[in-house]
Design a binder for this molecule. Structure first.
Ligand code: NAD
Ligand code: DAU
Length: 354
């Protein structure tokens, strides 16, 4: 039986991943190690918390004794590292925390997994693997043309992407130095249920429903490649099962949209389904993000060709599914926008509604 250590499983992608895996594999065991930061929410996993194949442990991926103890107790065959500080704007204000969690945390997990799995000189237990969930942001920014491939030089611009790049380099170093069994996936922007409303889509949806200003950084002509979260989960599972050791796989939706397009799609949905007073008049262009990357675009042909993965959810379908979910889960949205979020929002967007 496969035994997974999933870190950051109370966050957006991690919680979707745990549920996806429990549904897909009857014979599986998952330990979710999560510190429950502002972005980690046990409510995201309420429907599976009593599943005997699942255990939650509250703790820090930087804590070496804790991680060592978990390996000894549960004898994991796989590690999927989602745990991270994930928001670019927060990294601009507090880079140190990103180094601690994203870099030191990853190195601690790598070390503990290596110690536990090693059975001889550069020899590991059969079938074990560490998967680092990384991001397209490590490649920096594109101009109007071209796509990021796995061989595009790394050129991160924000403290967030610099910390994710450093983590990737440590994973690569563990493969190159110790032949450590691992893969890295680099995915584009995810959207779907349970995303914390500091990120564009749930933030704009929440504001639109409450007829608050919709903050667009700069021109709004920046481009992101959007992928439905369950398509990302499928890719991670596949790389974990079949990815060639040491390889990096880009994952993308082949779905590039400007931020303005995304915001207008949300306005249209809210106008039709939630509040007919919501119109484009709510759009407010605010100061641009520092070091804002203009465009991300992913060439996902390697994972397609080698592992047969393709995105399955068209954006038009995924965005309606996503917004329907937020519409039907107003209590969740109310919970996550109370407390810490209020201060964060005030500091970030304080004068937006004036
Ligand atoms: P998220 O912010 O929603 O969740 C992160 C989770 O990590 C939270 O549950 C948080 O409590 C936990 N965490 C933070 N610090 C921790 C620590 N020190 N120890 C243990 N747990 C800790 O993030 P997300 O959007 O779900 O992203 C998950 C991963 O996927 C990240 O590594 C991110 O870089 C990567 N990624 C995200 C996207 C995206 O569009 N969201 C795209 C590509 C890659
Ligand atoms: O590309 C993958 C990355 O996608 C992940 O690695 C990150 O963890 C994830 O947060 C996401 O990063 P982005 O910075 O692209 O996502 P965010 O939702 O913060 O912003 C999307 C775009 O929208 C970006 O160009 C900034 C812009 N934006 C965002 C917010 C929150 C606005 O214009 N206004 C806003 O209020």
């Amino acid at each position: 039986m496969k035994k997974y250590l999933v870190t950051g499983g109370c966050g957006f992608i991690g919680s979707n991943f745990i549920k996806y895996m429990l549904e897909k594999y009857p014979d599986i065991f998952i330990v979710n190690l999560d510190i429950c930061s502002y972005a980690g929410n046990l409510e995201n996993l309420a429907d599976i918390e009593k599943d005997s194949r699942y255990i939650f442990v509250r703790g820090d991926i930087v804590d070496s004794e804790l991680v060592k103890g978990l390996f000894e107790k549960y004898d994991f065959t796989n590690v999927i590292n989602f745990a991270a500080e994930s928001h670019v704007d927060r990294s601009i204000k507090n880079p140190e925390l990103f180094v601690k969690t994203n870099v030191l945390g990853t190195v601690n997990l790598l070390q503990r997994a290596k110690e536990h799995w090693l059975i001889g000189d550069d020899e590991y237990r059969p079938g074990v693997k560490f998967l680092q969930v990384s991001t397209d942001e490590v490649y920096g920014s594109l101009g109007e043309t071209g796509l990021f491939s796995e061989t595009t030089p790394l050129d991160p611009h924000s403290p967030y992407s610099a910390s994710k790049t450093s983590a990737d380099l440590f994973v690569k170093a563990f493969f190159d130095t110790y032949k450590f069994p691992c893969n890295i996936t680099r995915c584009s922007n995810n959207y779907g249920p349970y995303q914390f409303p500091e990120k564009l889509i749930p933030l704009v949806y929440n504001n639109a429903c409450n007829l608050k200003s919709l903050p667009i950084y700069g021109t709004g002509l920046q481009i992101r490649d959007w992928l439905y979260v369950l398509d990302h989960c499928r890719a991670i599972d596949l790389v974990c099962e079949k990815g060639k050791l040491g390889e990096i796989y880009n994952v993308g939706g082949n779905n590039e949209r400007t931020n303005l397009f995304i915001v207008k799609s949300i306005i249209e949905y809210v106008n039709k389904n939630v509040n007919s007073s919501c119109t484009e008049k709510l759009i407010k262009h605010v100061e641009d993000r520092k070091g804002h990357d203009l465009r991300y675009g992913i060439d996902a042909s390697k994972i397609k060709k080698e592992l047969g993965w393709e995105p399955e959810t068209p954006f038009e379908e995924g965005i309606v599914k996503t917004l329907d979910w937020y519409k039907n889960n107003t209590t969740w949205l109310e919970h996550v926008t109370s407390g810490e979020y209020k201060n964060y929002y005030k500091n970030m967007y304080g004068d937006c509604d004036e």
